[in-house]
Write a protein that binds this ligand. Structure first.
Ligand SMILES: Cc1ncccc1N[C@@H](C)c1ccc2c(c1)OCCO2
Length: 116
């Protein structure tokens, strides 16, 4: 049988899911290291080590400016936040632990949302 073409409304649903996910991330108690861009002046070495900085406020900006075409692009940027965190911070550090907790929360939350 003919493959069902993806209707446009799917992508608008996906963007609604992105907004819900981002709100949940920002509201999480462990979100504090990720809410705004890392100020490389207050974090020596960050700019050298982390080639593609990303944070929740930048993701919100991109979402508002329609720079995410689908959920996939959004998830790539959220994972960039957590990958940068793991690269720069020890696992056994305040920020490192927050990053692992936030990644676990995110993975659980979007799989829940994609079930319906
Ligand atoms: C996610 C991340 N990775 C590596 C370093 C920093 C950060 N977060 C910044 C906001 C941040 C978090 C905590 C701070 C700080 C900056 O500046 C010095 C005081 O403590």
């Amino acid at each position: 049988c003919a493959k069902k073409a993806k209707t446009p409304k799917d992508s608008s649903n996906e963007l609604a899911v992105c907004r819900v996910l981002l709100a949940d991330l920002e509201a999480h108690q462990d979100a504090w290291p990720f809410l705004s861009p890392v100020q490389h002046k207050s974090v020596p070495g960050y700019r050298k080590v982390i080639k593609k900085p990303m944070d929740f406020s930048t993701i919100k900006e991109k979402l508002t400016n329609n720079l995410y075409l689908n959920l996939e692009n959004f998830i790539v940027d959220v994972n960039l936040v957590f990958d940068n965190c793991q690269r720069f911070n020890e696992d056994d550090s305040e920020i490192g632990r927050a990053g692992h907790r936030m990644r676990r929360f995110f993975d659980k939350r979007w799989t829940e949302l994609l079930q319906f």
